[in-house]
Design a protein around this ligand. Sequence first.
Ligand code: NCD
Length: 348
Amino acid sequence: MPNQVQSLPAFGAGRHLLSVQQFDRDLLQKLFDLADLVRPIAERRSVCTVLDGAVLGSLFFEPSTRTRLSFESAFLRLGGEVTTTTGFTFSSMAKGESIADTSRVVSGYSDVLVVRHPDEGSVAEFAAASIVPVINAGDGAGEHPSQALLDFYTLSSELAKRGRQVDGATVAIVGDLKYGRTVHSLMKLLSLAENLTFRLFSPASLELPAKVAEFARSHGHKVIGCASVFDALTGSDCVYATRVQRERMTEEALNSANISGNLLNRAILERAGATETIIMHPLPRDSRMDSFDLAADVDDLPGLSIFRQTDNGVLIRMAIFLIALGCSPDTVRATTEQRPWDATLRWP
Ligand code: NCD
């Protein structure tokens, strides 16, 4: 029997949010407008109860800090309540329970599920057995749609500050392009824009899957492989750096990948004349020695946008819940009031 939830439209054809490919430009704009609408709530200037009585089931079977906490914070800021389980050890999956059984059970306790799991395609399995909408918070090396949405939103607002738009932009994407699911989702989502140039650099063993490059090309974008990060920076409006996804690699593959030092640092940006470039990263940044990641010596550069990305993650995830649970902008306005308690506001 077809899953009833699947047939209720919210994200393109389905109620679940599994892939960025469910988005067209209109839905993207609708989500970004909702994110703008809830900004005062995320910034604690007002309080919203639109999700009063709703329960989020937050299931994270892989490590997470910002994705889990920002999804949970987003739900709480909209007046809902959160139940959560992390890792396999503390769930019945450790007793051999299937994804289908776990999903059916937990969806009976919740109004929406957010799921992260190490296997590609696994979140779609959760969705197939769930009686409520399921949101993919990362399925192995597959996709990470909410991250791509907040990345697109951030890139668009950073470019807007410079009087530019995403259409026509040149975006350098560097690091682990093979296992970095945020890159796969972002390149597919950015493909909704027009006339982009992607300048890619990765170590030889961590190249972008051909199907992702093909996807961008088939949407009319240029995808250029570069010999170094320095080369990738040439003419780029933004550089999106990523961490080596060590947890998805064998010891042997890691040793032969020939990665050490910094992927991107201040000296490289200075040499490329790119100190004003927008710098993005999905985080976490691997700050250990020789981690081949973004160095901390870029942190006072004006284009550093990594913490604006994490802040925007709350707004975007609030907007995702509003769409998943069918809340209109008017219902949000009708359930939002001035904050009656005192907060120390640190938002920029
Ligand atoms: C990313 C992920 O989990 O894919 N983190 C995140 O959700 N912001 C990136 C990473 O782990 O490197």
